[in-house]
Design a protein around this ligand. Sequence first.
Ligand code: NDP
Length: 248
Amino acid sequence: MISVQNEIVLITGASSGIGASCAQVFAQAGAKLILAARRKEKLQEIADRLNKEFTTEIYLIELDVRDRQAVETALNSLPESWQNIDILINNAGLSRGLSKLHEGDFQDWEEMIDTNVKGLLYLTRYVVPGMVSRGKGHVVNIGSIAGRQTYPGGNVYCGSKAAVRAISEGLKQDLLGTPIRVSCIDPGLVETEFSQVRFHGDTERAEKVYQGLTPLTGDDVADVVFFCVTRPTHVNISEILLVPVDQA
Ligand code: NDP
């Protein structure tokens, strides 16, 4: 196992769920964290909690990953001591509703594709060149089981996560010959704010998603991310599918 002590880890979507759990796991291991999301107050709460528990350095970025210019500005404005990002966790993402494609909502499509696909591309495009020039780095993309199994009404979300998987593989191939590693982690059902966001705050509908099974937690996924990152540097875990034991 390699150490992440003092490594700089940028986590998108760190204000809740899987991203917040990743922040916890990497803080505990002594990494330096750049936490990004749109809700800065949530990021601040997480940073305050982590600062009480661990002696970790945390830098917060209020960022909408859909905004390419904002991504570029945020990364270019990092203080010098935060610029050498060692680990990028592209986690920000969402699903919206469940509807037939031919009845779909254009705004929902744009939100999913712009966040899950284009946001991930922007971060990757701006961060990876630094990794290449320093000869060190790991990109972890959070995909989904939805990128492997399409379910009724999941058309665009499933497509966006299939894209995450293909882009991860493409990036890995583009980086062959460099020491940069690329992993795509595909979780099944995880109990986070995800379902509430999906159903526009309808908590009753959100809770039904988890009925009849014990979902994964954000911590379960963060453990797997941490496992991938801490393998010896010649080991690249390209893909992992993790699901609750009772999910098909
Ligand atoms: P949450 O809703 O709890 O977290 C999503 C995170 O993404 C939040 O921190 C949110 O922050 C951030 N985010 C959303 N849109 C943007 C944006 N435009 N710019 C910046 N940040 C954004 O859900 P999860 O933790 O479950 O989701 C994390 C990832 O895991 C997603 O990519 C999701 O698709 C994937 N996933 C989730 C599964 C599940 O069952 N929960 C299953 C498989 C994959 P903020 O609102 O503050 O911007």
